[in-house]
Design a protein around this ligand. Structure first.
Ligand SMILES: Cc1cc2nc3c(=O)[nH]c(=O)nc-3n(C[C@H](O)[C@H](O)[C@H](O)COP(=O)(O)O)c2cc1C
Length: 119
């Protein structure tokens, strides 16, 4: 999809609180630590991720959750807060964000973050 129609579509989805369907799913019970990441769209994750959050709202209790984003200026914006709200009882860690245009050239920033997590 071209950029401008996508921007407008995404804005409509936020405005209407739409929860678009997605394909496939994951069994979260196998994991103690879950990374949740995506681009920032209009200040938070794309609405389709909220479909996932709603479906799995009770699946991350007592687990460690690490949010991350790509963005073009706003950093984590509301993403970490929205993840906290979406998963009551989860241990949501400080998140990480990186410019979308840096993801292919600044791998060391990602490595530094991951190494700093101590896993
Ligand atoms: C619909 C839409 C909304 C966006 N909203 C924001 C925003 O609120 N703040 C921001 O810093 N970047 C925003 N961006 C830029 C994206 O975060 C950036 O293009 C993306 O993280 C790059 O990852 P991608 O290549 O997987 O799309 C937006 C992009 C789109 C398409």
């Amino acid at each position: 999809m071209a950029y401008t129609p996508l921007i407008n579509l995404a804005k409509e989805e936020v405005k209407k609180g739409e929860l678009p369907a997605y394909e496939g799913d994951i069994d979260l019970s196998k994991y103690d630590t879950v990374f949740i990441g995506g681009p920032v769209w209009w200040g938070t994750y794309p609405q389709v991720m909220f479909t996932f959050f709603k479906k799995h709202a009770n699946d991350l209790k007592g687990k460690t959750v690490i949010p991350f984003t790509t963005h073009e200026g706003c950093g984590l914006a509301n993403c970490a807060k929205d993840v906290k709200d979406a998963f009551p009882g989860a241990n949501v860690q400080k998140g990480f964000s990186i410019y979308g245009h840096e993801v292919r050239t600044e791998k060391r920033k990602v490595e530094k973050w991951l190494n700093g997590l101590g896993y």
